[in-house]
Design a binder for this molecule. Structure first.
Ligand code: OOB
Length: 576
């Protein structure tokens, strides 16, 4: 589909675009059945818009309004891009990408910090129909190699050095292992052996862009298995979740959204997030670090009205706010989600920050719940909200998939106009994670209140939620098993007053192996190229694991052991 709003090129393209990879077959991921798609279109949820078209419209409506503020890394380094500038940068980068043979359906791993180029890159990719694969800045060799390899990525986009880490070294190591990775592009100065992103900028060319029902990007799943899953989201479905979020969070063109969490994560991207703000014609302010010392001066200077935080950061902000010299009075709404926000902490938000709290319980797979701005205070502090859409279907079921009465605690299953019907290229996993009639098994344990609000009571999936950062136990266990002295390993969550949960690895050593120090085991995992947040907080050596009646290892008992004696060696665990 040619984007009808693409401007006629003023000058010919510098090079002839190489043929691009064909659009991935529909079999890459299950999609909505035709009758559901028809219903969602008829209801006006899917409006037939693309992200490329959205930016074009906003730029045409108000080219001179500021879209993105990047404060840089010191005085005088602030960049302010208008909608017009972002739009034309996306066009020019799109032309450069096409000229290098990157086009519709290609995957591009994007690992950028909170810098303006993030939006230039993703909108260029959206425009040509190439799929950003949203990596987090914390990811290292193990994760990035997998994303590049599994998705068959044509390119990988990094910032040269950020937060004291050299991503060029990471890129060199990954490229050596993944020959299919044709390009590495580097945002910012000193691209080293790779191509600077700025060098791609070329005169715009007509673009055969994606259709609204096509995939827009691949988001990462928090995961509960050894291999991370990729979440295929379409233009139509994601744009619907943005419009719904904007309405619920009252985001309009006068809003100023502070992006304090990593921009690529689904929460700051879409709830209502940076893309919601851009959809509304509002202003996005990028926060290079989420602590009050960086965020509070920016809130004051840019008159920020809305932002989103994970619970540990919300705690830090509420503690810091009363003593701050900075004027936070512009802040109207603080969204808190990603992990359970305790009632006590929730009650402190308004008195400390003077703004309205909205709890968000969402997932990159789709379903997002919000408390509403006009909900009674009790609802806001004791529930995790209710779904965006009247067409979000919610089921709370027992272990046999039987529906439970309202108020009972059980497994949350969901289906709807912006919840995926399957992961990307994962048919076996899809058979387990989705019911035959397309409900996603969230792995969350919830209860519904009579008002239709959800309360998250726990989790059935084998995952640790470390202050909003998700860790698949099996992924870490596999890395531990690679250690020559390790016979078996089990990773569980244990309570942490700040993070909510942190990780504890229970390890059985090989017979006769010399016991390494716990710190050496952590180092081993880190050196295998795993993101730092996945490295176990605590390593305990035990002689056996507790078992369930049917002989499976009982993570429940391991968790209980960690809970009764967090931070200390539990009594030696014995087989039951
Ligand atoms: C968000 O997305 P993900 O994909 O990183 O993680 C989803 C999982 C949920 O299934 C649930 O286990 C947990 O994170 N979660 C919460 C929660 N919000 C998310 N658990 C308890 N209370 C909450 N408020 O984390 C995400 C995506 C969009 C918006 C907000 C969060």
């Amino acid at each position: 589909m040619t984007d009808p709003t693409t401007p006629a090129p003023t000058t010919p393209a510098p090079t002839t675009p190489a043929p691009t990879t064909p659009v991935p077959a529909a079999s890459d991921a299950p999609t909505w059945p035709a009758d559901f798609a028809e219903r969602y279109r008829a209801a006006g949820h899917w409006k037939g818009q693309t992200f490329g078209g959205m930016l074009r419209e906003r730029a045409a409506a108000h080219p001179d309004r500021v879209a993105v503020v990047d404060p840089g890394d010191g005085p005088g380094t602030t960049r302010r891009w208008t909608y017009g500038e972002l739009d034309s940068r996306a066009d020019r980068l799109a032309a450069g990408l096409l000229a290098r043979g990157i086009g519709r359906g290609d995957r591009v791993v994007v690992q950028l910090p909170n810098i303006a180029e993030f939006f230039e890159v993703v909108f260029a990719l959206f425009r040509i129909g190439a799929l950003p694969v949203f990596a987090l800045p914390a990811h290292r060799e193990s994760e990035i190699r997998y994303f590049c390899d599994f998705t068959g990525a044509a390119a990988y986009v990094i910032a040269g050095e950020h937060g004291g880490y050299d991503y060029r070294k990471l890129a060199a190591a990954v490229r050596a292992d993944v020959p299919a990775l044709r390009h590495v592009f580097v945002a910012g100065p000193d691209a080293g052996e790779f191509e600077p992103l700025a060098a791609l900028s070329a005169d715009p060319v007509p673009v055969d862009g994606p259709a609204p029902g096509d995939l827009a990007f691949l988001q990462l799943s928090g995961g509960s298995t050894g291999i991370p899953k990729l979440i295929p989201r379409t233009h139509d479905d994601y744009l619907y979740s943005l419009r719904g979020s904007n309405e619920i969070c009252a985001v309009d063109e006068d809003s100023v959204y502070l992006c304090a969490l990593p921009a690529a994560h689904n929460f700051p991207l879409s709830s209502p997030g940076t893309l919601g703000a851009l959809h509304a014609g509002a202003r996005v302010v990028l926060c290079p670090a989420p602590g009050p010392e960086t965020a509070f001066p920016l809130i004051e200077r840019e008159r920020v009205t809305i932002t989103g935080l994970v619970p540990p950061l919300a705690l830090v902000w509420t503690e810091a706010a009363p003593g701050t010299p900075h004027d936070l009075s512009s802040l109207e709404v603080l969204l808190v989600g990603g992990a359970k926000f305790s009632e006590q902490a929730a009650r402190r938000v308004r008195p400390a920050l003077g703004c309205t709290l909205q709890q968000v319980f969402g997932m990159a797979e789709g379903l997002v719940n919000y408390t509403r701005l006009d909900d009674p205070e009790e609802t806001v502090v004791t529930t995790q909200g209710r779904p965006i859409s009247p067409d979000d279907e919610i089921r709370v079921v027992d272990d046999e998939d039987e529906d439970l009465p309202v108020g009972a605690t059980g497994h949350l299953l969901t289906r709807g106009p912006y919840t995926i019907r399957g992961y990307w290229r994962a048919p076996e996993h899809n058979a387990r994670s989705f019911t035959a009639d397309g409900f996603y098994r969230t792995g969350d344990i919830v209860r519904l209140t009579p008002t239709g609000h959800l309360v998250v009571e726990g989790r059935a999936k084998d995952q640790i939620n470390r202050g909003g950062e998700k860790i698949a136990a099996e992924e870490v266990e596999n890395h531990l098993l690679a250690h020559p002295a390790v016979h078996d390993a089990n990773v569980v969550g244990e309570p942490d007053p700040y993070l909510g949960e942190r990780t504890c690895a229970y390890v059985i050593l090989r017979a006769g192996a010399e016991a390494p120090k716990p710190v050496a085991v952590k180092r081993f995992v880190r050196e295998r190229g795993l993101a730092a947040y996945k490295v176990p907080d605590r390593v305990e050596f035990v002689t056996a694991f507790p078992h369930t009646g049917v002989g499976k290892i009982s993570k429940k008992e391991l968790r209980a052991a960690a809970e009764t004696a967090p931070g200390t060696d539990p009594a030696p665990l014995t087989e039951s």
